[in-house]
Design a protein around this ligand. Structure first.
Ligand SMILES: Nc1ncnc2c1ncn2[C@@H]1O[C@H](COP(=O)(O)OP(=O)(O)OP(=O)(O)O)[C@@H](O)[C@H]1O
Ligand SMILES: [Mg+2]
Length: 257
């Protein structure tokens, strides 16, 4: 059974159909690439899934239940996390505070009075980062002093720490160098191994081939089609994205290569 399904989703901005009858299923332990040229509707679709936009039509089904998200908090509470490049973190806070922001662990010495349990949060943060093989100078480092790749890793660790079922990543490696990209991709594989579903938006075909199980291609607000990553070449996939013609590829896989 799909962990998350979007069914016949519609989203209009004035006369423009940003999403037109889009349906996709997402499963546990699966990394799904959401692909398409600029303006295809990828970000709009994840904004619908993450509660930023309310769709004009269609349905979202999470764990077998029909759900409606009026705001991002509602999607978050239901277990859907979105990792944007930089936005999710507070620069002036350290790594521990970022990981627990709004969900701090508390300790009570006297009934009715509780304190943040900094020591426990710090220990847990260190353990989680170790488990995820994320290398940072210190958990006490301010996020503004970290590199782009380290910040991205902290944002992903924060999502993991919130025990979400679905993680959406919008171009997580777009601003990263080769070594940092490799680390983020390793992290994505770790999330998959933990049974999470990762929705991965990217324009980078190398990332797709490396970590994604399935590719959903969109164009002009419509879903063009889906294909298992191991059954298509990088070149053919790039061609489907540009032409929006998955059928032609299916009929003659070599024709569009
Ligand atoms: N808030 C908005 N108001 C009006 N039009 C919008 C809005 N958001 C997106 N659009 C339009 O909807 C269409 C889909 O945009 P979207 O941002 O979802 O594309 P995308 O696939 O994420 O593209 P990119 O790869 O460039 O990020 C585009 O034509 C865009 O101009
Ligand atoms: Mg976008």
């Amino acid at each position: 059974m799909a962990i998350l399904s979007v069914k016949n989703i519609q989203k209009q901005f004035g006369a423009l159909f940003a999403l037109d009858d889009v349906s996709v299923d997402f499963h546990e332990g699966e990394v799904v690439a959401l692909l398409g040229d600029n303006g295809a509707g990828k970000s709009t679709l994840i904004k619908v899934i993450s509660g930023t936009y309310v769709p004009d039509g269609g349905e979202i089904v999470l764990g077998g239940q029909s759900v409606k998200f009026d705001n991002p908090r509602a999607a978050l509470d239901a277990g859907i996390q979105t990792v944007f490049q930089d936005l999710a973190l507070c620069d002036n806070l350290d790594v521990v505070d970022n990981l627990y922001l709004g969900r701090e662990l508390r300790r009570s010495l006297v009934p009715g009075i509780s304190f943040f349990d900094r020591r426990l949060m710090r220990e847990n943060t260190g353990r989680l980062l170790k488990e995820l093989a994320v290398d940072l100078p210190s958990v006490d480092a301010k996020v503004k002093d970290l590199s782009g790749g380290q910040r991205q890793s902290v944002a992903i660790a924060k999502a993991v720490n919130s025990k979400c079922q679905v993680i959406i990543m919008d171009e997580p490696t777009a601003a990263l160098g080769v070594a940092q990209t490799r680390k983020v991709l390793a992290l994505v594989k770790e999330l998959k191994a933990r049974g999470m579903c990762v929705i991965y938006i990217t324009h980078n075909m190398h990332d797709v081939m490396e970590v994604c199980d399935r590719c959903v291609v969109m164009k002009n607000g419509r879903k063009v089609g889906e294909v298992a990553t191991n059954s298509i070449s990088k070149e053919a996939l790039a061609n489907v994205i540009i032409t929006g013609d998955m059928d032609r590829y299916r009929q003659a896989p070599t024709a569009v290569q």
